[in-house]
Structure formats: C-alpha cells, structure tokens
Ligand binder design. Structure first.
Ligand code: NAD
Length: 549
C-alpha cells in the first residue's frame, strides 16, 4: 500500500504545503508541468535516495539531539514520505531522536520548538464543542488516536500541553514500526491545565495556565471526547497515553468494554516486559512458574506488568492467587504488604502477607527475587548494594531498568554488568550503547513498548476490532518472544534487533487479528489469509506517481 491520499484537485504550492503529498525536489518534469509546480522548485529533479542522503547528512551535522529532533519534525511537517524513509531505514539511529530519550527533552522545550499543529489541542474550555473540533482535522479516515492529558510524561511528570510531543512521537512509531498510514493517525492533547507551577508561571507556556481539572468536570470532558470520537471517527482506536495513574486505571476500566481503547503504559509495557522475561528463560532455563519478580514502582507500568505475568503464570497452570504470590511490589513507602493502610486500589491484588520492609534493599534480601524490574521513574535506585545482592542470589540475575528517559533509569547498563561481573541479563527502557567488560561486549535490549503497541494497533485496525483485550497483549508478548534470535540472546539482548521491527509488528498484528476473528470481536468477515491482509494495509514511504511521464 503506497497511496497516501489523492490530490483532490490540488495544484501548485497547495501540493507542496501538504506533507502527505509533497515530494520536494523529486517531482518529475511531467508533474511540474501538469500540476503548476514549474518555478516553485529548483530545476534539478532528484531521487528519493538522493534526498535521503542529503537529509542524513543534515541530521548528522546537527550539534545536539534536540537540534536533530527539531530538524526531523520539520521534515515530517514538510514531506511525510521522506521523513518515514529516513526513519525506517535508520531505526537504530533515529528512534532515540524521535522517541525516548530525546522526545522527553523536546517536551520540556515544546513551547519553544512548536511550529505547526501536528495534532489537535482540546482544552477544558472546549466543553460542548469537541465534535466540531474533531471535524477541524483535515483527514477524515482516522484509525489510531493517541491522547494524553500531559500529567505523567515519560518519567518527567506533569508537562501539561507540552506533553503533545509524546502522542506525536508515538504515532510516528505506529507508522515507522508497523506501517499504519500517517493519514490515519491523530495525536490529541487534552489540556485540562497543569499542576506544574514553573510552567504556569512561564509567560511562554503554550497551554492553559491553571490548576488541573479534577472530579466530575474532568470525567465529563473525557466522556465527551470519547463519545465524539465514536461519531466523527467511528473506526478509530483510542490509545490513552501518559495519564496520571489514578486516571489511567479508572479510564481504562471505564471504557475498555464499551469502545476500542487501550492504555499503552499499563498494557503495552506489560507486553514488552513479559516478552523480555520469556527471553530470559532461554538464558537461565526453567519456567516462568519457577521465578519470583520484584518491582520497584507500583504504578501503571508495575501493576500492568504484574497482571500480564499473572496471565502468563495461569497459562502454565497456576491459580490466580498462586500467580500473584510470585509478584511483589515496592513503592515510595516500601514493600507493598497487606498491613499497609495507604495503598491505592490498583496495588491491592499484590499486597501480600509479609512484614513491612522499608526499602528495596531490604526487600531484595528478604524475598530473594530472580528478576528485578524498575518502573519507578527514580534514577539510580538500583544501587550497587541492590545489584550486587541480585548477583549473589542468582547465577544470571535479571535486571530490567525500564524507566524513561535515560536520565531516569534505575541503573545504567555499565553498572548492571560491572556489579554482577557481566552475569546480569539486562534490559532498559531507553537505549544504552554496547558495553564491554573483560573483553566481552554486552548489547542492551531495549524493553520499550515500541516492540508491542505498533503491532497490536495494526492488528486491531486491520481486523476492525471493537475492543482491545488483555489476551491480545499476552499473544503479542508470546509472539515477540519467539522472534528473538539465538544471536540476539548470545549478544546479551532479550529483544530482536530494532531494525526488524516491521517484520515483528506484522507478525504481532497477524496474531492479534487472529484473536479478534476467533473471539468474534469484529463485524468484518475473516480474510482467507490474515497475514497477507495485514501486510496489504501497511504503508510504504514511497512517492506516489501523480502524472504518468
Ligand atoms: P506511575 O506514576 O504510574 O508509577 C510510578 C510508581 O513509582 C508509583 O507506584 C510510585 O509510588 C513509585 N515510586 C515513586 N518513587 C519511588 C521510589 N523512590 N521508590 C520506589 N517507588 C517509587 O508511572 P508509570 O506509568 O508506572 O511509569 C513509571 C516509569 O516507568 C516511568 O519512568 C516511565 O517512563 C517508565 N515506563 C517505561 C516503559 C517502557 O516501555 N520501558 C513503559 C511505561 C513506563
């Protein structure tokens, strides 16, 4: 599938100003004559490959990653196919720029680098007219919406309207990693104010400089948004992204059985982590049921991962109660245990009968976990003592420092390998460069949900599913785990090479669509060949030929 959109009668600069149509200097002589482009472009016609070469040179010459981000985003706003060609062919280099960690920095500076709208800003002052706003979006066939209210951007906290960089970045990954056409993607910022005082005091802040909306007024706004989407974009899946955890869990439970929606921080993270854990079993031997998991962080990611591990353990024969006993959480107040009276509802299933433990160090010594998973947003909390203890307790300690961006990682790759004499099986949320210890080089697998959500999204869209279920994330995790090659594991990574992400996403999408048809979650007839059907939906960043030469 290469066709992006029809010209719809457009000519001249109107074509150059539409990123889904623009080919820049690649418009042919015949197109320049027929479409009124003559004179608007320099005379030499270049190929897309030449444009890619020029772009890569420009990106690499920039002084900082934030400069590279700004350059790439302005390219995306100008020429969508060229942007995706560059990103897709150079994923290992470009992902850290268009997504974590650089996107975090970009959000912190969003007010300064904002140029053109790449999505919709809907504020709490827009009550009663959200449908109208959705109709202002120039593309009618929206299939994937990523919406945030900016309350918990990566591990950076409340960034209000500046959090828009995240839906924009996530949707770029839907296209780059799974081929969901850019014309079908819509980033949305639901601006309900911010409790970040520094932003509110900043005269250049781009959002509502007021306290966050809470309570029924907040719920009514979200409700109007969700209902309006059903009417204006009835085939769209809504992905909730980077909401504060109280709202995230509530909204997921409220909408999951009525509309097509999921929360990537809860469910996508769970999928990628479970896949990584299956990968570790290929190195440590044993079964998931033999292992004990200790989490630092008991929020969306931590509890979401626990829930999916429980699904995995139950698939291997444990009861729910037995499965939950394998999962332990430490939050900012210490070990999550039954006797605590301060626990939020989402933590209760994992509040076990145990003496209180003040911190992670005590919990590791007492529980002797086989895997330690960091999803706290608190950097350097996997201290030397904690990591060495994991190394003492396990031949191959599993240490996943998943907090994003890099500055928030619980420990670095270097620390994890050094403190365990290279025995750790380590994964991180944001990328770390390869690390050499005693002559051996360790590749760090990136336990980032970008291995999961693009494929799940593609499967859901391709099958026109009415809902997104936990089973789909379980199937996605199992599928991802099977795609890890022996050479990935031998190099130290429990994830496949990112460069294979399109193949990975297409395989996950096929497995997800299979669930959709088997569970009858769609009105669409089952295609004869689901894999071929999925492949046929995938966007390729090739230029359309508007005029035959
Ligand atoms: P959240 O706000 O829902 O949860 C954070 C949790 O950490 C809370 O339970 C909090 O009590 C706990 N915490 C805070 N300070 C702590 C401390 N000093 N010690 C122990 N626990 C502490 O956030 P979330 O959505 O769960 O995300 C948490 C982190 O995980 C973020 O940095 C995010 O970027 C990262 N994350 C990574 C991925 C990935 O793909 N790698 C996916 C989702 C989230």
């Amino acid at each position: 599938m290469t066709k992006n959109t029809d010209l719809q009668g457009r000519r001249g600069v109107d074509i150059l100003h539409e990123p889904l149509l623009n080919k820049g200097t690649s418009f042919t002589e015949a197109e320049r004559d027929a479409l009124g482009l003559r004179g608007l472009l320099p005379p030499k016609v270049t190929t897309q490959a030449q444009q890619v070469e020029r772009t890569l040179g420009n990106v690499r010459r920039k002084a900082t990653d934030l400069d590279r981000y700004t350059y790439l985003i302005s390219l995306q706003e100008r020429n969508s196919a060229l942007f995706y060609r560059v990103v897709m062919d150079n994923l290992n280099e470009m992902m850290p720029i268009i997504y974590t960690p650089t996107v975090g920095l970009a959000c912190q500076k969003y007010a300064l680098i904002f140029r053109r709208p790449q999505g919709l800003f809907i504020s709490s002052q827009d009550r009663g007219r959200i449908k109208e706003i959705l109709r202002n979006w120039p593309r009618p066939d929206i299939r994937m919406i990523v919406v945030t209210d900016g309350e918990r951007i990566l591990g950076l906290g409340d960034l209000g309207s500046c959090g828009m960089g995240i839906p924009v970045g996530k949707l770029s990954l839907y296209t780059a990693c799974a081929g969901i056409p850019p014309s079908q993607c819509l980033p949305v910022m639901l601006d309900v104010g911010t409790n970040n005082q520094a932003l509110r005091d900043d005269p250049l802040y781009i959002g509502l400089a007021q306290e966050r909306l809470r309570g029924p007024a907040y719920d009514e706004l979200v409700d109007e948004f969700v209902n309006s989407v059903q009417e204006v974009f009835p085939k769209a899946c809504i992905q909730f992204e980077d909401f504060g955890n109280t709202n995230a869990f509530r909204l997921l439970h409220k909408y999951r059985d009525t509309v097509c929606t999921f929360n990537d921080d809860i469910q996508g993270t769970a999928g990628v982590t479970l896949a990584g854990l299956y990968g570790t079993l290929r190195l440590t031997g044993g079964k998931l049921t033999d292992k004990k998991f200790l989490f630092l962080g008991a929020g969306e990611a931590g509890v979401g991962i626990c829930d999916l591990i429980v699904t995995g353990l139950m698939a291997e024969g444990l009861s729910q109660a037995e499965a939950r006993e394998r999962c332990w959480l430490v939050d900012s107040k210490g070990l999550v245990v039954k006797s605590r009276t301060d626990l939020a509802e989402h933590k209760l299933p994992y509040a076990h009968d145990h003496a209180p433990m003040p911190d992670l160090r005590a919990a590791v010594e007492a529980l002797k976990p086989t895997a330690l998973i960091g999803v706290s947003g608190m950097p350097q909390t996997f201290t030397e003592h904690v990591v060495r203890a994991m190394g003492r307790l396990n031949e191959r300690p599993v240490i996943f420092a998943l907090s994003n961006p890099t500055s928030k990682a619980e420990c670095t790759a270097e620390q994890a390998y050094t403190w365990t004499d290279g025995r750790a099986i380590f994964a991180s949320g944001s990328p770390f460069p390869p690390f050499t210890l005693n002559g051996g080089t360790h590749l760090t697998g990136q336990g980032n949900n970008s291995y999961i959500f693009p494929g799940v999204g593609l499967g859901v869209i391709a099958s026109e599913s009415m809902h997104v279920t936990d089973e789909m994330f379980f199937v996605a995790a199992k599928t991802l785990a099977t795609m890890v090659k022996e050479e990935d594991l031998a190099a130290g990574s429990v994830y496949p090479d990112l460069q294979r992400i399109r193949e990975v996403s297409a395989t996950i999408a096929t497995a997800v669509a299979e669930v959709v048809f088997t569970r009858k979650l769609t009105k669409m007839p089952r295609p004869q060949d689901i894999a071929a059907h999925v492949q046929a939906q995938m966007y390729q960043p090739e230029y359309d030929e508007y005029v035959k030469p």
